[in-house]
Design a protein around this ligand. Structure first.
Ligand code: IMP
Ligand code: MG
Length: 177
């Protein structure tokens, strides 16, 4: 599909990397039955592909957070807007995020989920903008480290659009004033 900008990561590269992540998770969680927790809406496509790359008895759930401000200028304040439907007490939980930017969303989620006493809590992010980190986070599985550019596609949006691109593209219009 025609995209809005330059291709940063092709669909084939994503597919290959998702298979590798699935294999790493299968190895690390052998004999267990983890719960994947996808963060809506950005991680929905990644989570859907990733779960099919993990041949284990696995559950899938979603939660949704909102950060105030716009997608290109987040304010850093994070709030839970839709919760899990499963209990994660005693479970091996893997949070699946689309992208780690400042790290604020994921550190909020980690803290929130940790209070529910999972057996273990790990984080898998498709993209990591390491250069933008404001709070320290440990990411257990990373798809790709990317430069500080605003990207869309494969679930990631700009004001709700471009989630349906099969690749990751750089949106060439800056991050606003
Ligand atoms: P953080 O809380 O600053 O780490 O921001 C994480 C969230 O910001 C992600 O889950 C995305 O929703 C959004 N985000 C950050 N960078 C991008 C981007 O380049 N494209 C689209 N969304 C982004
Ligand atoms: Mg997100």
């Amino acid at each position: 599909m025609e995209g809005p900008g330059r291709i940063l990561i092709s669909h084939d590269e994503i597919t290959a990397r998702v298979a590798e992540l699935g294999e790493a998770i299968r190895r690390d969680y052998a004999g267990r039955a983890p719960v994947l927790v996808g963060v809506l809406k950005g991680a929905v496509i990644f989570a859907a592909d990733l779960i099919r790359a993990i041949p284990l008895p696995i559950s899938l759930d979603f939660m949704s957070v909102s950060s105030y401000g716009s997608s290109t200028r987040p304010s850093g304040v994070v709030r839970l807007s839709s919760d899990l439907s499963l209990s994660i007490e005693g479970r091996d939980v893997i949070i699946v995020e689309d992208i780690i930017d400042s790290g604020r969303t994921i550190s909020y989620l980690r803290r929130n989920l940790a209070t529910r006493h999972p057996r273990s809590l790990a984080l898998c992010a498709l993209l990591d903008k390491v250069a933008r980190r404001e709070v320290e986070v440990t990411v257990d599985y990373i798809g790709f480290v990317i430069p500080d550019e605003f990207v869309v596609g494969y679930g990631l949006d700009d004001d709700g659009l471009h989630r349906n691109l099969r690749h990751i593209a750089v949106l060439e219009r800056g991050r606003g004033p």
